[in-house]
Design a protein around this ligand. Structure first.
Ligand code: SF4
Length: 342
């Protein structure tokens, strides 16, 4: 923004003011930027545009999870989800936005609706930011307060859109921008080992989650093609995770979708405990919502409880995530734009 201001004959601090208007106040027109000289506002109007996401639809589930469908300037569409967590007295204590980083995804995990779409495009940092901004406005409207957390768990593999995701993190955490504490943001990856190390070096204060979903190479490779390459198999992941936790001093979260008869046996639990012991971590077990035609089923409550017992006996920290927004297909692995025209 400083460079832009200077290229238009203004001092650098005008760029900082521009940044505040765009990312701290969400201005959608240059005219609204009242502390900028009129002539500068005029020049900006003639030379630049402010692009925002257009909300196409908004669906709200019974549990108040809200899914917004947004149209990008390219015409393609993405989804973002607002997930409220309520206190016993009914106040929304935690308001999490789950953002998309790509349209579709190249990773082709076999249980995931987004993977079925294939990769279509990367989102810009602004398009990622605007999902948070618009869901924040919805949170303000519904609950009288802004969002508290951001997770990069929507459509796409964030670490394959690395530069834009990094820039969106900077805008979201900048005191003149959205001003969110980095520890309130979690980037979730399929496990791209080299990028995990790079993220540890580049943005060590942001949280990391790894989609594990199977605890052995054979099983993981059968549902997640990324695991078939030596650079991203479990040995490479172990090395990267140990690097990450050493470099950042943070524990990581393993996301583990429970699939009936595939990864929910006692043996799987023992293998998973072994993975969890690689480095300081916790395991988040997710009750899967079956996606039609993909052939995976949700595990039973009894199986889930037996699985948890084995993990806990082995000293693993476990949380369980009941899928949210099931009646509007907003749960994990279900984000996909129906009828997307590629
Ligand atoms: S689970 Fe994540 S990485 Fe895998 S295909 Fe779906 S969006 Fe991509």
């Amino acid at each position: 923004m400083e460079a832009l201001a200077q290229s238009l004959g203004q001092p650098a601090y005008r760029g900082r003011q521009l940044f505040q208007w765009l990312y701290g106040k969400g201005a959608t027109s240059f005219e609204a930027m009242t502390n900028l000289p009129k002539s500068f506002r005029q020049t900006l109007t003639e030379t630049a545009t402010i692009d925002t996401l257009t909300q196409a639809t908004l669906q709200t589930a019974r549990d108040e999870t809200a899914k917004g469908l947004f149209t990008l300037t390219s015409g393609r569409q993405i989804e973002a989800v607002l997930i409220p967590d309520f206190d016993d007295d009914g106040t929304a204590k935690r308001l999490t936005v789950c953002v998309s980083s790509q349209v579709g995804c190249a990773m082709a995990c076999s249980f995931c609706a987004t993977g079925l779409m294939g990769f279509q495009q990367n989102l810009t940092a602004g398009e990622i930011f605007d999902q948070v901004w618009q869901m924040n406005a919805l949170a303000q409207e519904r609950y009288g307060r802004g969002i508290t957390n951001v997770v990069f768990m929507g459509m796409g593999e964030p670490l394959l859109n690395y530069e834009n995701v990094l820039q969106s993190l900077d805008v979201l955490t900048h005191p003149d921008g959205f001003g969110l504490a980095p520890r309130r943001i979690t980037v979730s990856t399929v496990g791209l080992a080299r990028r995990i190390k790079q993220l540890a070096d580049d943005r060590p204060r942001v949280g990391l989650a790894v989609s594990l979903h199977a605890p052995t190479d054979a099983k993981r490779s059968s549902i997640m093609p990324v695991n078939r390459a030596a650079a991203t198999d479990l040995a490479a992941l172990k090395d990267a995770i140990q690097y990450y936790t050493r470099a950042t001093g943070r524990r990581i979260t393993y996301e583990y979708c429970m699939f009936h008869g595939f990864n929910d046996t006692a043996e799987d639990a023992r293998h998973l405990a072994g993975v969890a012991a690689w480095a300081p971590s916790k395991v988040n077990l997710i009750m899967y919502n079956p996606v039609e035609g993909l052939g995976f089923e949700r595990t039973s409550e009894a199986q889930l409880n037996a699985f948890i017992r084995i993990l806990v006996q082995r000293g693993v920290t476990v949380t369980v995530r009941r899928s949210r927004g099931q009646d509007i297909d907003a749960a994990c692995g279900q984000l996909a734009v129906r009828g997307a025209d590629a």
